[in-house]
Each structure stands twice: as structure tokens, then as C-alpha cells.
Design a protein around this ligand. Structure first.
Ligand SMILES: C[S@@+](CC[C@H](N)C(=O)[O-])C[C@H]1O[C@@H](n2cnc3c(N)ncnc32)[C@H](O)[C@@H]1O
Length: 253
């Protein structure tokens, strides 16, 4: 029981394939960088292959630490950073339990990485670590999709095309389909990736869906206060049409 929980999701087992899909996505926009300007010591939790940490560290006034649980994801991050001669400190660790013996101006938990925290106690442990590592005037930023009922309602029997990648082992193009099963009792979406239309499972991930009021309560009862919240990566105001929740929080004084 709960074996899927003990282990990092298979989605992250092949970092070079992860990067083929997510690598080309936009990095942090200018308005976001303005929000964190003057807060140059940055910790990115769940930094993965450095998609965000590497560009963040390209400015000499910033120092960036990237923390991730996956050795493979971090190895690829290191390799990419070496090629770009940037200075990021990579730390293998669990965002629920880390001690870096220093404080930061900015702590980031972006692009749905909070969905890897499945239980209330996971969130509490993570927030406690964030609190210990954030300066009193520091900012903690979380971004996650607003759960969309149309997606949560997906028929688990129906496959959809997810992505295409070139297999680095043999140069062949693989078309990935996925199935999606949302469990309302745990609020976890179980996503399985298949090789084309076959039943051959090639990966998957289990994402806890966080609703806006729930995130607000979790932050509040763990002594964080929301300063600003945006509804998209275009900096739209947060509201009923929003598909994202981009939350800038600070420690309660
Ligand atoms: C969606 S990826 C995000 C990577 C990166 N932030 C980006 O935007 O490309 C989520 C990352 O969370 C990491 N992860 C999952 N559980 C974790 C944990 N408990 N502590 C630290 N990292 C974790 C995975 O290894 C993966 O690299």
C-alpha cells in the first residue's frame, strides 16, 4: 500500500525526456522578476533539471540554490549549468525535510511542484522548512494550476495524446498517450503514460490537486500571509476565470 507514494514519480526517471517536453516552455517572465527584484538570494524547491534555476542564476547579482529529490534530474541540471558557466548550488534533498543552515530572500515552489506533497503533513513539513529558511522580509512563491473540473472528470478509460519525444537510446520518435484518474477522496490525479496506443506503461505521476481556498487555509494556519495572487503567467488578476494560482506569500509577523 502507498508504494507509489514512497518513490519519486516515474515521470522523472528519464530527465532528458522530461527536458524534451518541458525544456522549451517559457521561463519566468519580466513582471515576475520585478516582483522578486531586490531579493537576490534565491532557493528553488523541486528545481528539476534547472529549467528555472539556470536562467535565474544568469544575473551576477543573484545567487541561486536548487533543491530536488531526484539525483537524475539534478545530474542533468549540473550538466546544463556547466555548459552555460552559471553558478548554481545544487542540493539533493526532500522539500519536506531540509536544513541548509542559511536563509534566503526568495523561496520558489513553482509549476505544480506542490502537487508532489500529497498529505497535509507533507505541506506542513515543507512550510516549516520554508519558514526556517526565509528571511523575515522574504517572499515565498507558489504556482499551481487551479484544478479544472473538466480535467478532473476525465474518463479514466480514455487515452489522450500527451507528447512526442525522440528516444535518446535509438533515435526513434515515441508518441506518448496518457490516461487520467482523479480520486476525489484524496484529491490525487493518477496519470499514466503509455507507449502509443499500446498498454505498455512508460511512466506516470501522481499529482495532488490544490484548490485556491485550500492553499489559502494551509498558508494561513501555517503562519504565512498572502501578499499578492495572480491568475496567469501574463499577470492577470486572480478571479473566477483563472487557470493558475501564482501566490506571493510572506511570513506572518
Ligand atoms: C514538475 S517538476 C518541476 C521542475 C522545475 N521546477 C521546472 O519548473 O521545470 C517537479 C520536480 O519535483 C521533484 N520532487 C518531487 N518530490 C520532491 C520532494 N519531496 N522534494 C524535492 N523535490 C521533489 C521532482 O524530482 C521533479 O524534479
Amino acid at each position: 500500500m502507498f508504494l507509489w507514494y514512497m518513490k519519486n514519480d516515474a515521470h522523472y526517471d528519464r530527465p532528458e525526456i522530461y527536458d524534451q517536453f518541458y525544456g522549451p516552455l517559457k521561463t519566468l517572465p519580466d513582471w515576475f522578476m520585478k516582483e522578486i527584484s531586490g531579493k537576490p538570494e534565491i532557493l528553488e524547491l523541486a528545481c528539476g533539471t534547472g529549467r528555472l534555476s539556470i536562467p535565474l542564476s544568469q544575473s551576477p547579482e543573484r545567487s541561486v540554490t536548487g533543491l530536488d529529490i531526484s539525483e537524475g534530474m539534478l545530474n542533468l541540471a549540473r550538466k546544463k549549468a556547466d555548459g552555460q558557466k552559471v553558478n548554481v548550488e545544487w542540493v539533493q534533498g526532500d522539500m519536506r525535510q531540509f536544513e541548509l543552515n542559511r536563509k534566503f530572500d526568495t523561496i520558489l515552489l513553482l509549476f505544480n511542484s506542490i502537487s508532489h506533497l500529497h498529505r497535509r503533513t507533507d505541506v506542513e513539513d515543507c512550510l516549516s522548512c520554508v519558514k526556517n529558511h526565509l528571511r523575515s522580509n522574504g517572499v515565498f512563491v507558489i504556482s499551481a494550476f487551479v484544478p479544472a473540473v473538466s480535467i478532473l472528470n476525465r474518463d479514466p478509460e480514455i487515452r489522450q495524446n500527451f507528447m512526442e519525444y525522440i528516444d535518446p537510446d535509438n533515435g526513434k520518435t515515441v508518441q506518448v498517450t496518457d490516461s487520467y484518474r482523479y480520486d476525489p477522496s484524496t484529491q490525487i490525479s493518477h496519470i499514466t503514460h503509455y507507449d502509443g496506443d499500446s498498454d505498455h506503461v512508460i511512466g506516470g505521476l501522481n499529482m495532488k490537486k490544490y484548490f485556491p481556498q485550500e492553499l489559502e487555509s494551509l498558508l494561513h494556519y501555517n503562519k504565512f500571509q498572502i501578499d499578492k495572487i495572480f491568475g496567469s503567467w501574463d499577470q492577470d488578476e486572480f478571479g473566477e476565470q483563472s487557470d493558475h494560482q501564482i501566490i506571493f506569500a510572506k511570513k506572518m509577523s
